[in-house]
Design a protein around this ligand. Structure first.
Ligand SMILES: *Cc1c(COP(=O)(O)O)cnc(C)c1O
Length: 471
């Protein structure tokens, strides 16, 4: 394949400086480090030819990647626009201001900080800025769908703070009565809502009521559902929570990174202090929790925020949720135990132990056919995290490829063909008949060819080596 000609195909003519640099960069990687080049090409080929149903995955438009890999990365820039600690930040100041303005517009927010290096880093900045070591946080437990940074004992958030966890009711929904009871008993300084594995809508207004009853600060972490929130497919926490955080690489189709957002509480005082949330958060990210920001990533966030506000992205998020509810219904019809009986967002959680195998066996068998999902512990799971009894599926990438609810039947059928043929040998070992594997893999390849990754060049990997055409 030729990276040069692929770039040419994307946009004719490519004579602007960043494009020339991108072409040159790809060619020099090939010449200077063919081993690494080959791996990156292989990965792109694999992404093009597999059916990604990993719920945290999406596809960044190539223009986002162009920003993330741009020469802006060379700039050193501690501080905020107009108040940097280094010279040479004028252009980056403009880029960061645009990123902040677009993030505020995309979410209807009063405040945005685009510097956090990840969703986890955004959460840590919030905690370190508002809590003293040993203070109490109340969050959804990891096994019930929460995130590591919501107080898990293996995370710094569970080690430096006193973490209390709430969970789910018998139907698999958040038990708000129990959240209130725990909040009154433990008087947390921060109440965290948001999840990594929870298929139902979050009631941010109810969470705020509980937080107000005990004088807690409400932090909404929308990393998984940020795209749905931006387009109104999920209720927004921006004016319910004091602070909202998110990853930018999941449903926002952006670069690796995080965002902190605030709505009506941005200029309120942090309880017990004379500092506003706005002032607190600015200092919490820099200098409290981070040094220099990642300038390329900030540019890529600006690009992603503009994409998020496009009609195309609105249509995409609608497809994501309708695909997910259709997929959940079809897997249910095929006899799978769908947790909570369905989904309100992009995520479908399944109990596969009920189908006779562990999560890891199901994940590996599906991957051997080109279908990517992830094993996931489910409430009251008896298996360790590396084994797990469940699977988490998501429709972000399927919908991005252009698949509609009408295509979910084929996906559910492929899934069922694999799991129906798996012969588990233990919690971690299995056999899958080769004729099933090759038949499903061929159908997956056909589907991927029918729904190519939009905006991405198709990559052919020749048997021997990759050839770069001279320009
Ligand atoms: C993924 C996720 C994060 C962490 O984001 P990173 O950018 O990977 O650090 C935080 N919170 C929730 C709920 C998540 O799902």
């Amino acid at each position: 394949m030729s990276p040069t000609s692929n770039l040419r195909r994307l946009r004719q003519p490519v004579d602007a400086a960043p494009s020339v640099l991108a072409e040159h960069a790809v060619r020099s990687l090939y010449e200077e480090d063919p081993e690494l080049y080959r791996l990156l090409a292989e990965d792109l080929h694999a992404q093009s030819n597999s059916l990604a149903m990993v719920a945290s995955t999406t596809l960044a438009p190539p223009s986002v990647l162009a920003c993330a890999g741009s020469a802006l990365s060379n700039i050193t820039a501690e501080g905020y626009p107009g108040r940097r600690f280094h010279a040479g930040c004028g252009v980056l100041d403009d880029v960061e201001r645009i990123a902040v303005e677009r993030a505020k517009l995309a979410f209807g927010a009063e405040y945005a900080n685009v510097q956090p290096h990840s969703g986890s880093a955004a959460n840590l900045a919030v905690y370190f800025g508002l809590l003293a070591p040993g203070d109490t946080i109340l969050g959804l437990g990891l096994d019930n769908g929460g995130h590591l940074t919501h107080g898990s004992p293996v995370s710094v958030t569970g080690k430096y703070f006193t973490a209390v966890e709430y969970g789910l009711d018998g139907a698999g929904r958040i038990d708000y009565g129990r959240v209130a009871e725990l909040a009154h008993r433990h008087q947390p300084k921060i109440l965290v809502c948001g999840a990594s594995a929870y298929p139902r809508e979050l009631d941010f207004a109810r969470f705020r009521e509980i937080a107000d009853e005990v004088g807690a600060i409400l932090l909404a972490d929308i990393s998984h559902i940020a795209g749905l929130v931006a387009t109104g497919e999920h209720v927004s926490p921006i004016d319910h929570a004091h602070i909202t955080t998110t990853s930018t690489y999941k449903q926002l189709c952006g670069p690796r990174g995080g965002l902190i957002l605030m709505g009506r509480d941005a200029d309120a005082y942090v309880p017990g202090t004379k500092r506003t949330f706005r002032a607190n958060l600015q200092r919490s990210v820099f200098p409290l929790a981070q040094g220099t920001p990642n300038p390329g990533s900030i540019a890529a966030k600006a690009r992603a925020m503009q994409y998020v506000m496009s009609p195309e992205f609105h249509a995409l998020t609608r497809r994501i949720t309708t695909d997910a509810s259709t997929l959940a219904a079809q897997l249910g019809d095929l006899g799978y135990r769908v947790l909570t009986g369905g989904t309100d967002n992009h995520m479908v959680l399944l109990d596969v132990l009920a189908a006779g195998m562990t999560g890891t066996v199901a994940e590996q068998a599906l991957e051997s056919c080109g279908i990517l999902v992830n094993k996931n512990r489910i409430p009251w799971d008896t298996k360790p995290p590396q084994v797990a009894s469940g699977l988490r599926l998501g429709t972000n990438t399927l919908a991005t490829r252009g698949m509609t609810p009408a295509d979910m039947g084929r996906c559910a059928e492929l899934f069922d063909t694999v799991l129906g043929a798996v012969e588990p040998l233990s919690d971690t070992e299995y056999r899958l008949p080769e004729r099933v594997r090759s038949r499903v893999a061929a159908t997956v390849a056909e589907l991927c060819a029918q729904f190519p990754l939009p905006g991405y060049p198709s990559v052919d990997l020749p048997e021997h080596d990759l050839v770069v055409e001279a320009s």
